[in-house]
Design a protein around this ligand. Sequence first.
Ligand SMILES: [Zn+2]
Length: 382
Amino acid sequence: MDVASGGRMLPRRHVLVANGRVTAVSATPLQASSGALTVDGPGVLARGFVDTHVHGRGGLDVMRPGDVEALSLELLSQGVTGFLPTVVAAPANELAAALSAASGDPLGARVLGIHAEGPFLSPDQPGMFPPDAFRGYDRALWRDMQSEAASPIRLMTVAAERLTPTQIDELRADGVTLSLGHTNATFDQALAAFDAGVTRVTHAYNAMRGFHHRAPGAVGALLDRGDIDAELILDGLHVARAPARILAATRTTGRMVLVSDSVPPAARSPGDYVWAGRRLRVDGDSIRLTTGRLAGSALTLAAAVRRAVDWLDISPAAALHMASEAPRASIGLDPGGLRTGVAADLVLLDPQLHPRMTIVDGAVRWRRNDEQRCANAASGAD
Ligand SMILES: [Zn+2]
């Protein structure tokens, strides 16, 4: 089994897990002691995927109280070990209900916090969302959101051109990572936002002012600033191959954050569904408003990793880095590679990068149906 760590592949390693932690990564076979788990191949072992932008899937909706629990179980089959349930701008009572119910199942992927995609967004760049629930910055509303949330709001998408540097400072002091998105910021406004402390961009290229060679827009500012973390929806529909490659050429893999942005109708049979007050048409990987506008994705992080290898001409280890370690670092969580001491939140993939097994907190929580024995709990483990 190979181990993907820090964007590099360590060949033929053996990994031992105990008490929820990785206790050894070794080139020589390891003997598991009582209560420990030996993880062996074939395939590739990586730190588990972290989806920092996910609204739902298979009918499950982060905005519907109770669904985050089921979603945390559903995401295990994608190799996701942690995620930020992503709430959208909505009337205050609906937003409060969603925030207060955003906790996962104890046997599912971890809820690492909440991503609030709004409500301080620009009505000029609504994407698929009806902009009536978008608001100017409102400190009291933000405080309410924070106190209602079942787990901390760790990430917030903001149209930063609508905030002053002082307001950006206030939010950062509350411990939230700010991501520029649903924004009409010009190039200069976007750069000013980065200088004021916005460190991330939400779904690069989508729902923001595009690139013109004399007016480079928010997209130009992102391309000019390789130190900013860039979310990318690599479903083959939201961004064409060349802009994805151009974005990747402007920064290290550690600044490329693959997200699913999957929405509740994802993975459902073809037909019409309603989400966020809009009618959505599902046809395989395509989810669109009836106008044809894209409305979130049906992507999984594992599929995004595979497309990253293909489209960006990068190694599997580099692509895995974008789905596991880069997202963690972008929200201030335990960055770095798969090494002794990290939490045993792991994904084992086959050589084609399809998940075979998902381990959370040192326990196997999902295993592909055809899987026989790829992990051996030491006999008598207790
Ligand atoms: Zn979204």
